[in-house]
Design a protein around this ligand. Sequence first.
Ligand SMILES: Cc1ncc(COP(=O)(O)O)c(C=O)c1O
Length: 480
Amino acid sequence: MNSNVPEKGRPFEEILKELENFGKDDPKYKEAKTWSLVYYLNEEYTQFLNDAYSKYFSANGLNPTAFKSLKRLEKEVLRFTADLFHVDYEACGVMTSCGTESCMLAVKTYRDLGRSKGIKKPEMIIPETAHVAWDKGAEYFGVKIRRAPLDENWQVDVKTVEKMINKNTVMILGSAPEYPHGIIDPIEKLGKLAVAHKVPLHVDSCVGGYILPFMEMAGIDVPVWDFRVEGVTSISADIHKYGFAAKGASCILYRNIDYFRHQVFANQDWPGGVFASPAFLGTRPGGAYAAAWAAIQANGIEGYVSLAKKTIEVSNLLKEEICKIGCFEIIGKPIVSLLAFRSIDKDVNIFAVGDVMEEKGWHIDRLQMPDALHAMVTAPHEKVIEAFITDLKDAVQTVREHPELAEEGQAATYGMISHIPLRGMVRKQVIDIFAESYKLNATEIDLSDSSAVAPGGGDSEAGKKSLVDKIIAWYVKKKS
Ligand SMILES: Cc1ncc(COP(=O)(O)O)c(C=O)c1O
């Protein structure tokens, strides 16, 4: 045995301590230093979710007739969501494990609905800014993507969408909002197209679904984006984002069963018994349903409204302060709590700023096309805005004084990857390197080390060189 499993089992306490230690270098989300990935309120609330999760830890939603408790929890979560999205209980839906699963299920559903109408070469029209889960769904389910460009407001260009609709179109998509820049597509206009051309319209509200309704209740101006728009046939929304549930909780709701039935899988001939399943997962974790239900009960409408209000105040302050620095601009006019900012000063490389901020302990995502930094804001970020802006000003100063930073670290990696013209080749390289990193003898992917050997060494290809080295080497070879 090469793995480090002990011959004899170890005491629980010792194992738990070691587990905790594994996370010592993880992003510092409890201090609100991460601007993506985690939706965290406080320790007491997290412990409460933990308790709720544990009560159904072993329960399995695979067979809805066995654990009636889970079916009830799921239904109550979905009814609450239906109320939020203004659809009656003719609506149909399921809880899923994540936004990606919800989006991919919609692709499968509309492909099969299309097939039932005789469409053999299904196509879907999605905005350029649609979440990558849609590309994944298209690839998995053999649906061709037609990518609609954006207009000057960074919203999908509805006129082009209309031109793209043809006899093979099985669905069109709008986001509320899209992840990269936090912009809401013009759902009402898309709804008109959907009705006129009789095509299904899905609204991807994975990130916005549990904040937009509460913003509206708080009196904030929000365009209509949900089932009130005629033509919207389904919506995906993640309770594990602004619903502040435990991870593993999203949902998809369809206006009625005529759509949803195409999502359901059944096999009547399996020797294990007649089998039916409403989503991708086989075993479905009961804990995630229980924690989602508990999160909704604990926050209540009032709690969510006050969180939404605070979140938008914090986002607005953040946008203002970023713009005041003078060398950045916010991309588009996001009204929700996600935003992207880019440099408008040629001496301030945005990715180098990202690297300096990371050294200061901030976890911040990089965007491409255009190059930018990203922030997903939550209410607890209120306590760090001042520190963040101070560090951001410092970072700008450092980058101005050290232009070489643009050619080092992650700035070099992101700068290069986002500007290499042969996108198909970049994709191939990324797949190779990513797959390598899953070899059991690989070291982790290192996005910042531009030295020849990644820390920790390792026997595999991925362990020998950092990502930046490999792509640079490949690109230089390609060009020469
Ligand atoms: C608009 C949108 N759709 C889909 C997803 C995918 O969600 P998940 O990461 O839970 O799979 C996200 C994630 O941020 C998103 O913002």
